[in-house]
Design a protein around this ligand. Sequence first.
Ligand SMILES: Cc1ncc(COP(=O)(O)O)c(C=O)c1O
Length: 459
Amino acid sequence: MSDLGSLLPRLDVPPPGPRSRELARRLAAVESRNVTFVADDFPIFWAEARGANVRDADGNIYIDLSGAFGVAGVGHANDAVVARIREQAGRLLHGMGDVHPPSVKVELLERLCALAPWPDARAVLACTGSEAVEIALKTAMLATGRPGLIAFEGAYHGLTLGALATTARRHFRAPFEPLLYQGVEFLPFPTQTGGDDARSSGAVLAAVEDRLQRGTADGREVGAILVEPIQGRAGIRIPAPGFLAGLHERARAYSAVLIADEVFTGFGRTGTLFAAEAEGLVPDILCAGKALGGGLPLGVCLARREVMDAWPASAGEGLHASTFMGHPLACAAALAFLDELERRSLVDRARQLGVSLLERLRSGTEEAGVVREVRGRGFFVGIELGLPGRDPESARGLGTRVALAALRRGVIVLVDGDYEHVVELVPPLVITEEQLWHGADALCEVIHAVGRKPEERAP
Ligand SMILES: Cc1ncc(COP(=O)(O)O)c(C=O)c1O
């Protein structure tokens, strides 16, 4: 379908249609049961995606407000990205990342270091966001010699064992707790809308300072602070003003390394190249991933030179590598992604349209009775659901109900937060305005419908 990319939804059969159901049956027969949630009304199987459209196995067309976890920054199957991948695949499909590297890796590293927030940056490429975070943790260990870490409640830094030790949500950690590194102290993440006194920016910064002076509860000296400039999977939680700048000051004062995890927020998602910029935060290490690969798996750990130079020069066998490190297809795709971001001024576009998106969602849901807050920055927006006068846990599952109802209207959204109570909009930065407003309005209608029967739980 030639104009797939800028279409409005068109559903031929109620989703999931018969082909998706059949695929779900086949999948359940071969995949570990923990990976994909399969039910009568979930999931749909994607057959094709372009721009901000997804076409499922039954031919239904959706508007994708999820960006496929924020990856489709320049749109699904962006023409320039695909052309560059094709061209690269015809020349060099795989290289020897850390031995005889592909030449395109040099081009990408030069480009990334030029975009980094320091004049003299150094980088290590990764295949995922989790790996980028683990490289950052290793770098901080080498740079400070102090193994203790500060992370924050609500944090999501990935699910591989090293990264999981810094991810807060119990759901992900509990079965593996004995395998996890225990030198991580989780402190509250002070948000814009605040909370009790112990969660205020001042109280948390004092706690940070205390841990930097005295170490973690189990007595480890603290060498690094790991923070998402806006928490993503916790439900688009924006830090209180001045909090990140305060972290930066404390890290400086105690020669600790400040790591900004921009895997979700990086490369334009929040309307600035990096979300840290908008907060006056200059980290020592910055991790990115997701959108960077233009749709291929790629992450990067960037650091100021003095910090990265804590790694010894390679004498033949590097200390961190993996088979697919600096994969030529991913490097080529990332170069095309960065070109597109600049050529089409997509970062500015996200910033400008993001303001109107927040307004539209706020005014469209203010009478719904189940919306606690609509918040976000750029194309990184969360709608927190909740029942009036009830605790946040009472909203458990409301986000899932909204997402399912939206899917039946041809709109794909993410659901996050501890209680699956935050509906997230993370659309491709190239989404047309017509698609954006159509998707936003459909979502508001769905939220109103859920608000009329809030006590019905998601199946
Ligand atoms: C802030 C953040 N860090 C790290 C990760 C992990 O990235 P990946 O899933 O590519 O390993 C994610 C994924 O959602 C993320 O949002």
